[in-house]
Structure formats: C-alpha cells, structure tokens
Design a binder for this molecule. Sequence first.
Ligand code: ANZ
Ligand code: ZN
Length: 705
Amino acid sequence: MQKKYDHAAIEKKWQEKWDRTGLYVADIENGKNHFYNLWMFPYPSAEGLHAGHAFASTGSDIVGRFMRMNGKDVFQPIGYDSFGIHSENYAIKINENPQDVVKRTTKHYENQLRCLGHGYDWTRTVTTSDPDYYRWTQWLFIKMFEAGLAYKKKATVNFCPSCKTVLADEQVVSPKTAGKDPKNAEGETVSYSEELKVCERCGTIVEKKDLDQWFFKITDYADRLLGGLNKIDWSRRVVSAQKNWIGKSEGMIINFKKENGGNLPVFTTRPDTLNAVTFIAVADEKMYNEGNTEKIGEPNGECAIDPLTGKKLPIWKTNYIAAGYGTGSVMGVPAHDERDMEFAKKYHLDIVEKDPDDSLWERIEKEGWGKKHINYHLRDWLVSRQRYWGAPIPMIDCPKCGWVTVPEEDLPLLLPPISDYKPEGSGRGPLANHKEFYQVACPSCGGQAKRETDVMDTFVDSSWYFLRYPSVKAGTSSKLPFDPVISKKWLPVDLYFGGAEHSVLHLMYSRFVTMVLNDLKHIDFDEPFPKFFAHGLMIKDGSKMSKSRGNVVNPDDYIDKFGADTLRLYLAFMGPMDASPDFRDSGMEGANRFIKRVWKLFNEKPNEKVIPEVTSKLHQTIKKVGSDIGEYKYNTAISSLMELVNMINEYKTYSTEYLEALALLLAPFAPHLSEEAWVEILGKPFSIHKGKRHQEGSVCPRQVS
Ligand code: ANZ
Ligand code: ZN
C-alpha cells in the first residue's frame, strides 16, 4: 500500500538525526578539501525570517550541499548581526531591554533556520552583541587606532533625526535604494524625488550637523580597494557600484585668483573647457536644505579672475555643490555642464559657446594656474553612533595624554545594562548620562579621564565576522580573534552569497578591514570574498514585500502546511537566483505536487527495467543539474528533474539505478525527502548528503555514522 508522505514527521526526524550525528559539523582541524560556504548573516528582527531570507539562504545551502556531496569538506556557519539600530528600535518600541529582545529573536531565527533544513554547523555560531564577540570588535578598533587609521574629528556629518544618530556616507541613500517612502523629521511622508538623501535604515531625510566623530581612514585604501576589484569574481553590477562609490576621477585643481587677493581652488575633470568658464560656484552648507532639490544661489559679492582672458567671474554661493567633494568649489561652464547650465539660466549668468581645447591641460600646468589632481568620492568611514545598542568604543580621553586605548587585557569593555537606553538626539549617546561608565582613571598616567560614550556602528561588527566563524571553538584565550593556522586553512571565504544592497556598505567595509589586517600581518590574504554571488530580491504578487503593504511572506506557515522541502523546491524553482522572483501561493502547490509525485515513485514496486531513452535522459540530467547549480540556475536544474521523473513514470522503470540517481540529484533541493528515500527505501546505511559522486556516474558515498 502507498505510504502517505508525512512531511512534518519526516523532516523533524532527519533534522534531529543530522544534529545528533553532527552531519554538518565541519572538520575544521583535519578537513582537507575545504569549502567555506557563507551566507550574509541576518539581523534578527522582531518579525523573524521572511521568505526573502528563506530564498537566499536556500540558494546558499544548495551550493553547500552540492559541494559536500562532491567530496568537499564544507563549512557552512550561521550567526546573528544582533547589535545595532534594527534590534534596538524594536526594543524601544515594545519597551524592553535590547539584551532580552535579542535573546528571544535570535532563538526564533535559529528555530526558523533549523526548520528550513539547512546544513549549518550549529557548533560555530556568532552573535555580534555577545561580549565574547564584541571584545574583538573593540580589539579591531584598537588595532585601527594604533595603525593611525582611527581618528576623532569635528566634521559636517549626516544625522538622521528619526534614528537620532549620525550616519556614514554609505548609509545615506536615495529613497529607492532604501526601499522606503521618504519622510521628514516629523515622520510625515513627503513627495518622492530620486535626489532626496535619506537614512538607509528608516527613510528619513538626513540633516547636516557639525559633530566630533570617530572615523576609520578607508580613504587610505581607495586605490587598493579599486585595484582589488580586478582580481575578484563578482558580478559586474556590484563591481561597478564599488567603483562608482570609490569614484576615482582624474582632473586638475585650478587656482583662480580672487580680485581682492587670495586663491579660490576648484576641482575639475574638464580643464579643456576653461575657455568657456563664466562663473565660480562654491558650496554653501547653510543653503543646503534636505527637502529641496532645486538649485539655489546667491552672489557673494566677490569676483575671481579668468586666467585666460583676465575677465571677472562672479562667485556664487550655491546648494548644488557638495562641500565635502574636491575643493568644494567649481568652475561654472554652462556650455558643457548641464548643472551649470540650469543654474546659469535661472540666475541669468553668461553662457559662452566654445569648443573644448585639449591643449589647455598642458597650458594650465605650464602657466602655473593649476596642477593635475586625482580626486576620490570615497570619504572616511564614520563609525561612531550616539546610540546604546552597540560595542562601546574602547577609547579614553585624558586631559594630559589625549586619546588612550583601553588596555587589551581589559577587553571586553562591557556595555552596561541601563534602563535609559533611548537615544536623545542631543548629539550624545545614552552612555553619556552614566558617570559610573565614563569616569575612569587614565590607563597611561592614572589621572582622571573620561571614556568615549559613543558606540560603534553595526557595520563594524559585520566587517570581520567571517574571520571569526572557523575559530569559534578555538577559544578566546588567544591574543587574536582568530586562530592563525585555522584562518590560513579556511580563509578566504570560497563562496559568499548575499544581497546586492550591501555593495558599498558591508562589502566595502569588509574588504577594507581585511586589507588592514593583512597589512598588520594578522592574515595572509587581502580579499575576503574572492567569489561573491548577489542574489535577487523577492517580490510578492508583483510588488516589493513590505510590512506596510502587508504582503510579507512568513516561511513558517508554508513549512507547516507543505514542509520545508516543498518550500525549498519552490524557492529554487522560481527563477535564476539573481532574478527577482515573485512569490505566488499557486507555485507552492505545484512544488508540493511534484514532491508527492516523487514520493510515490520511490514507493513503486521496484523492477530492474532499464530503458536506453531513460538512461540517456538521466545522464543528460546529471550533467545539467551539476552545471546549472554552478550557475545558480536551480530552476532549470529542477525542470530537467521534472522531465526525468515524468519519463521514469511513463516507462514504469523503477530500477535501483534510476531511483538512486534521482535521490542524489534531488538531495541539494529536497534534503529530507531524498534522505528518507535513500535510507528508508533504498536501504543505504549512510547519509545521502555525504555521498560522493564519481565522474562515471557511479556512487561512492562515505560512511558517516
Ligand atoms: C568644469 C566642468 C565642465 C566640469 C564640464 C564638468 C563638465 P566627477 O567626475 O564626479 O569627479 N565638481 C567638482 N567638485 C564638485 C563638487 N564639490 N560638487 C559638485 N560638483 C563638483 O565630477 C567632477 C566635475 O564635477 C568637475 O568638473 C566639476 O565640474 C564638478 F563640461 O568642472 B567640472
Ligand atoms: Zn534613520
């Protein structure tokens, strides 16, 4: 009699067995043929994992399983990016301490991830808000400071009035990139414009403030970050996002003389248009109004002298020149530059039509008017935050000694449990109200000194977590966050799977930190992710999943109803991994029918019928599944599996050879069903997930338990 496929019982049985036998625990010490398979760790948010996480993590897990079956020693860890505004804002909303909230949300994430049946090594997880993790984030800060790469400086910085903290330049984006409707400081939605600059986290229009802040000198690495892009295997889209962000432009700084004395340097990439300059525009921060994208200006009453003609050029203060870029001043060339044209028309400034003249490059240098200059768009990385839920910055300000680092043996510098953890927006973090935290003796002279009360941004936590995973069990007694021997063996990461939205945030920061640690001789490589795959973003019934639309898909419901294998199969079948798949319930039902059909097939009365057409289809499918997985086109791999299943059914050829091969081919996609068939029906005494497939197509699995 046909057994019904009881997904709940079967999935639970195998998940427990895999856990018990340590099937996915990597042999970090002795593993030879290593494959470090990494998925960007999630922020444990209040809502739990949504279908987008399930889609991406399944995509990563399929590769891991495939590699393991091919004889690789796979290390596939998971953890939680639990420090930061994500967790803290939710904690504030429900009026609970972030510590308690994070304990709950990480547990919830773990349960959800376990239910998906992924092959994680659960013995090596990281939680960035744990003291035994963040002591090393603090260690990293100290190393940066000692290397002269961390400094505190007063600067005009971006400030989010809703998050009540400063932001790094990378965290200020267009509303579209943020995926949010733009809001003003009062939280009201304002009309959309692509030019608005909003907080990546909450969509609020950012303000400018002059504040004393900690920066990491990522600009020292601009050329290396650019150069390294040539040696890594990343999608063109992400590479060009990084290139644009670093924004190397070659041009000149031309020194215009002011009529009443003094110099006014401008940065230009078009010295060949000097013959058509009609005004000078300088940045004016006060005119900069977040909500206003229209160009505005005011003559400042002064003039500069055109070096070519000796004519007077009016100097205008404007809002369309960025203060932090180049020299903060521009030579206005309306004839060749659209922005200058728009401005010139509005304020009735001269427009001179002259062809560009390449000989000007040389002439400007010869006459001493200016010099070649390379400018970068990249700014130093602002890492301090006026919030509570982050790693305290391990620095002490001494009136006699200046900034002194917390001694390494005193790490972790614990984040004290306080009840007034809400941000005030005063430009100071909540720890600034706690004398017992900030009053300390200077470690250098013993005099009274004051701790830094800002904490680090969550992107510092995640800039190095991949270095920690393999060494988690190696202990924290060492002087380093990672064991050098283990790191040498397992790093860099073999395959990094994640969202393209981190192109210039996490992916840039991690590359920078890796380069610094390489320079400090702590690691022997300088690119953390030689291969990065950017998966697409899932949508639901045609629109982006979002809480406000109420169309967020919770994977739990589908796992309950259909099982993890059906969900995994569906997610993998939706389209190539780099597309934007549209989640539809009807598709889930289709995937479930396929699972049932396969189960029925495994339960047919065996015969040893071998049909040449079926054999040939099987060989094609083996080839196709392998190459499609290599290209993250799981959808077409599954299509060919469906065709194979149809053919087997058509010819009623239930031979062991076909059934074993089918189970193996399905294993990366539907790990529970294939394990059940492999062990319980085909009678194998070992897990299908360690099976090693030889080129001839015969099966030579390794015994595991
Ligand atoms: C004259 C000119 C003529 C320019 C022309 C462009 C076209 P990238 O490639 O991004 O480096 N610029 C310089 N500093 C600026 C600032 N702080 N804010 C806004 N714009 C600035 O762009 C360099 C060009 O952008 C520079 O070359 C300058 O305008 C402008 F037909 O100078 B150009
Ligand atoms: Zn914000």
